[in-house]
Design a protein around this ligand. Structure first.
Ligand code: PMP
Length: 466
């Protein structure tokens, strides 16, 4: 495939660019517009049909994984019912059908993030594998003793550990950009590191999964490239929530996971500029990634197949097409606007909860709707557990960001995170739930002399009535 075949795919698949007439028509009747006006998308997502402990499900854990619309479930079901076969192998009809779906999905991802060509899209099992692939395939080939790798304190472990393993193996040095008090990157650290002339690779997240901070990737990328380094971006929390254009941002690699963007688990994407992918070593060895194998040695296919050893997740790519369709119909700019409004509303309403500390930038323009918070007098796990009793799902823990939590001064936080199906009613439920948590644990209204706050409390530390 080349850019001409990408254009053909675009026509064939009826891809919906914002600038096309079809794009405009869908844009005009965008469900997120009505969503912003108070409607919701719950009917598209079967999981919301159930009750949790008799309550409406308030799902505020999309930064961990998103829910899936029926169209994604149906696409995978249809794949297994009508096209199931292995890809790139058989000459029979089903294999051709499966291969077409698999490769169409690749083209659709290329369009979704505006890659120059489909061969810049490598399928992986997830963002974690995508980042490990760069560390192995690029890092092992091009980094050596004394070379420096820059990461930051806000990274997910998936964008720390692969670089540490590489640094250990190749005797490289890791430098970490620290944070300002509002949860943004200390840009002066980055400038200082880059000025050493030793930095070969910079790996940063586009959006923090804890602080919600949106990093200025295009601007940082210009500096990274001026210093002669390669720029790896973790797009796990940006691609599902913002319009992301890899050419406008000029990143060298971008990793993300299907399951956080309405798609299935077990499928991830590594975008890489073709000339870089082409120079990289294979990651896993096995079937499908080879050109010729003899007992003496092996030659490898060109990218992206060089990096796709073994039977890949195929049904998942069918689901991914449906997920991207759904997101494209909503419009990534509308999704961003919707989440920005919810985040603004949540940041304001959370001020009503006593002893609640919210982390990350205080304004919704500079962040997404992943909002970590701490009740200074109640453990994050207790907060999550009591919210769960009312059907409110938030995540508690270190969110695979322990260096960040060291900096926050707390081993664990609670995190509420929004997506397309969330509404202001969900924020209201969260605030009400948090006030209830306080009543259960701290009993804010308990008199200072320790006497019961209500008939049920009886002086117990946990109010049985709450
Ligand atoms: N990076 C970030 C910022 C994330 O939020 C996550 C998922 N929590 C990952 C990487 C890893 O993604 P996955 O587990 O899907 O590989």
């Amino acid at each position: 495939m080349n850019s001409t075949s990408l254009a053909a795919d675009k026509r064939k698949l009826g891809a919906i660019g914002e600038g096309t007439a079809e794009g405009k028509r869908l844009h005009d009747r965008c469900p997120v517009k009505s969503l912003l006006a108070g409607a919701d998308l719950h009917t598209d997502f079967p999981i919301f049909e159930q009750k949790i402990r008799g309550r409406r499900l308030v799902y505020l854990d999309s930064a961990a994984t998103s829910q899936k619309p029926s169209s994604v479930l149906n696409a995978m079901d249809q794949y297994y019912k009508t096209a199931n076969a292995n890809v790139h192998r058989g000459l029979h009809a089903l294999s051709a059908r499966a291969t077409e779906i698999y490769e169409c999905a690749r083209s659709r991802v290329a369009l979704f993030i505006n890659a120059a060509r489909p061969e810049e899209i490598v399928w992986t099992r997830g963002a974690t594998e995508a980042l490990n692939l760069v560390a192995h395939g690029y890092g092992r080939a091009f980094l050596g003793a004394g070379d420096e790798i820059v990461i930051s304190r806000m990274e997910h472990h998936s964008n720390i550990v692969p670089w540490q393993l590489l640094a250990e193996e190749k005797d490289c040095v890791i430098r970490a950009v620290e944070l300002n008090s509002d949860g943004t990157l200390k840009r002066e650290d980055l400038d200082r590191f880059l000025s050493s002339g030793k930095v070969k690779l910079v790996a940063l997240t586009h959006v923090s999964n804890v602080l919600g901070t949106i990093n200025p990737i295009a601007e940082i990328g210009r500096k990274v490239h001026a210093a002669g380094a390669v720029f790896v971006v973790d797009g796990c929390q940006s691609v599902p929530h913002l319009p992301v254009d890899v050419r406008a941002l000029d990143v060298d690699f971008l990793a993300f996971s299907a399951h956080k963007m309405l798609g299935p688990t077990g499928l991830g994407v590594l975008y890489g500029k073709y000339d870089l992918l082409d120079r990289m070593l294979p990651f896993n060895g096995g079937g499908e990634m080879i050109e010729e194998v003899s007992l003496e040695g092996t030659t490898f296919k060109e990218p992206p197949l060089r990096f796709e050893a073994g039977t890949p997740p195929i049904a998942e790519t069918a689901g991914m097409i449906a997920a991207m369709d759904y997101l494209t119909r909503l419009g990534m700019d509308h999704i961003r606007a919707h989440e920005q409004e919810l985040t603004s509303y949540a940041l304001e309403r959370l001020k009503e909860v006593p002893n609640l500390k919210v982390f990350g930038p205080p304004d919704a323009e500079r962040r997404t709707g992943a909002i970590a918070f701490e009740m200074t007098d109640i453990h994050a796990h207790d907060v999550a557990q009591i919210l769960d009793m009312d059907g409110i799902a938030v995540l508690a823990g270190h969110h695979c960001a322990q260096p960040l939590h060291d900096w926050l001064g707390s081993p664990s936080t609670s995190r509420a995170s929004f997506y397309v199906y969330n509404t202001k009613a969900d924020v209201d439920a969260l605030v009400k739930g948090l006030l209830k948590v306080r009543k259960c644990f701290g009993c804010d209204d308990r008199p200072e002399d320790g006497s019961p706050c209500c008939d049920s409390c009886g002086g117990a530390s946990v109010c049985p009535d709450c």
